[in-house]
Design a protein. Sequence first.
Length: 297
Amino acid sequence: MRRIALLVLPFLALATARAQTAAPAASATPAAAATPAASPASSPSAPSYTAAPLPPVASGAVSAATAARVTFSRCNVDGPYIAMTFDDGPSGPNTPRLLDLAARKHIKLTFFLIGQNAQRYPQLVQRELAEGHEVGNHTWTHPVLSKMSDDAVRAEIQKTQDVIINATGYRPTLMRPPYGAMTPRQRLWVSREFGLKIILWDVDPLDWKRPGPSVVAQRIIAGARPGSIILSHDIHSGTVDAMPEVFDTLLAKGFKFVTVSELIAMDKGPFKKKPAAAKASPSASAIPASTGAASAR
């Protein structure tokens, strides 16, 4: 028995050593196996996936679609309502003539004022409001806002707001950028900061080129449609000379003149795009009308 035990012991020792050597390869390291995979929320070193707050409007790009929510160039309205707008005034020689004509025709207009001119003619700003018209902000010096810093844009708008408020007690809610030049980002932050809607236009008679009263009138009459915001300038005598024909013709066609804010109040939202015309079936369009000799080239 002793001899048998001596023979068996080496084999038992060899088997035990092999088992100890194989054990680590058969399974993962205990610490690694017992620890679940770390998630971003539970791991202190992982980046956070919580959405960051939106940056201020002034520091980021804004899409044209977003800016369109505060911008109007035409309104979607039921009925023949239009807004006639005049930029760059008040004009000492011309604005009183225009106001007299509007009073005789019982027409309401919207005036986008240059701050310097409003400061020079506060009595005309007062008269515009007293007679039921609307006034809006057209900046202090008529610059290209899209090329200016935010601080410079802010100064142009604020100075004009202050002059109109000081002259009349009325705070404008509309603003028209000179030349229509304003980036989508600018439109949004100006609207948020000043509470202003950005007003563009869909009818432009190019009266600033002074083509003559008849041409100005015909361009406005031809372009007007329900919901139109019509651009013109009361600093040009030829534009004011064109207004009797414009007013009489459009009134005869059944149009009704309202202020821009009144037009916006009627707005039903974006215009629906017309569906594209259906394309003809390839089989129908590809087959000639006749395959006989008469259809030969």
